[in-house]
Write a protein that binds this ligand. Structure first.
Ligand SMILES: [Zn+2]
Length: 113
């Protein structure tokens, strides 16, 4: 379950930020997760709940926004939306596509007090 280690690295990142920027407590964390990032939001929330204990994120609310998977289809010569890696182009059925977005995961915003 790699969500647990992901959650721990998120909490670590936030703690580093907290030290640099001098905020004490995090109330809300908004994450952006690409549809192709292979992250299970439920498992990540669960991992985050465990990872935040005793840190500046303790008790913080976690919100997860999903970013659609994007790919470029060489046959259509345009960007199309795909739901998973290895999918064919939804418009023409071609496999001549390359993933261009939706694989990333990032912290979009933090609400602190
Ligand atoms: Zn296509």
């Amino acid at each position: 379950m790699h969500e647990m280690s992901l959650a721990m690295s998120i909490v670590e990142t936030i703690e580093t930020e907290a030290t640099h920027r001098g905020f004490g407590r995090v109330e809300r964390v908004v994450l952006e997760i690409g549809a192709l990032a292979c992250v299970d939001p439920h498992a990540l929330t669960f991992g985050f709940d465990a990872a935040m204990r005793g840190t500046c994120c303790d008790g913080a609310e976690l919100e997860i926004l999903t970013v659609p998977g994007m790919a470029y289809c060489f046959d259509c010569q345009k960007n199309v939306e795909i739901s998973r890696k290895g999918d064919a182009c939804p418009e023409c059925g071609s496999y001549q596509i390359v993933v261009t977005g939706g694989e990333e995961m990032k912290i979009k915003s933090l609400e602190v007090c």
